[in-house]
Design a protein around this ligand. Structure first.
Ligand code: BT5
Length: 279
């Protein structure tokens, strides 16, 4: 007879493996970003905590990471679905030298870095939906939420919040996003290492942010433009006070979206939501 306990499993397969920050740090050589980590099992929103830290003088480059967020948010108070142990939710404290009007360039810079990291982990040609979504196969894989605190002359700090669906399965997604969202594991057909992804993302962010600070957004604009998913399409841009319809031409060197109306006139848009409309 086989030993009695052979029928039983002594150790459960761990359902949740916490993110190992030492593994992320191992081999990372950050210039500016990824110099300190603040890790939480659960938090309301990593952007909230990063803001409190920044107000208390936390230096540029510190990153807040949480396994789950109870109040993860997108822009305009929208919800960011943030279940535990499968994805990445982080906020980076930046103290950029840009003028307040130029802060939106940070969102665009982060989108370039994020798309690069995502591509390296198996998503074929991710695209950027202006200004802050990363899509793959037309579905949303990641989002960026940038919150700047400025006085009249300069930006005091920026909280760069990033959410990426890594090992989020379709079944685990709530119905409200299931049709519109995807994850790296769905695209790659296997789970990805969250540590390896975060390390790559920090590396790419660090590099792109250094380019922004040293050479300005013009040095990154072509890379952003390459991934722009609505170039040449007729779009409607919804801004807080109005909406315009026209053809999306691309970005100018300052990072504004150029919309061309039927009469050939061009407008620059710095903030809003862009949706394609029927040709
Ligand atoms: C965004 O907003 O895409 C910015 C998301 C930023 C999330 C990060 S996580 C770390 C940091 N802490 C925070 O609290 N936030 C940041 P927006 O463009 O407004 O898109 C929000 C919309 O995306 C929602 O209304 C849903 O339709 C969809 N959505 C929500 N959760 C999603 C998810 N996990 N994956 C894909 N789509 C999602």
């Amino acid at each position: 007879m086989p030993p009695l306990d052979s029928q039983y499993r002594r150790t459960a397969t761990p359902k949740a493996r916490p993110l190992s920050i030492p593994e992320v740090e191992d081999g990372l050589a950050p210039k500016l970003l990824g110099t300190r980590f603040h890790y939480f099992d659960e938090i309301d929103s990593t952007n909230n905590y990063a803001r409190l830290l920044a107000e208390r003088g936390e230096p540029q480059g510190a990153i807040v990471i949480a396994e789950q967020q109870t109040l993860g948010r997108g822009r305009l108070g929208r919800r960011w679905v943030s279940p535990p142990y499968v994805n990445l939710y982080c906020s980076v404290i930046l103290r950029p030298t840009v003028a307040p009007a130029d802060a939106p360039r940070i969102t665009l810079t982060a989108a370039v870095a994020l798309a690069d990291a995502i591509e390296r982990f198996g998503a074929v040609a991710p695209t950027i939906k202006w200004p802050n979504d990363i899509l793959a196969g037309g579905k949303k894989l990641a989002g960026v939420l940038t919150e700047a605190v400025s006085n009249s002359q300069r930006v005091e700090f920026v909280i760069l919040g990033i959410g990426v669906n890594l090992n989020f399965s379709l079944e685990a997604m709530p119905p409200e996003i299931r049709d519109r969202a995807t994850s790296l594991s769905i695209l790659a057909g296997r789970n990805v290492s969250r540590e390896a992804f975060l390390q790559r993302l920090i590396h790419d962010l660090d590099r792109c942010y250094a380019i922004l600070e040293e050479r300005g957004f013009a040095a990154l604009a072509p890379r952003w433009d390459e991934r722009f998913d609505l170039r040449g399409r007729r779009v409607r841009v919804e801004m807080t006070d109005r909406a315009i319809v026209g053809r999306a031409v691309g970005l100018d060197a300052d990072g504004a979206l150029i919309i061309e109306s039927a009469d050939g006139g061009r407008q620059r848009v710095v903030a809003g939501d862009v949706v394609p409309v029927q040709e």
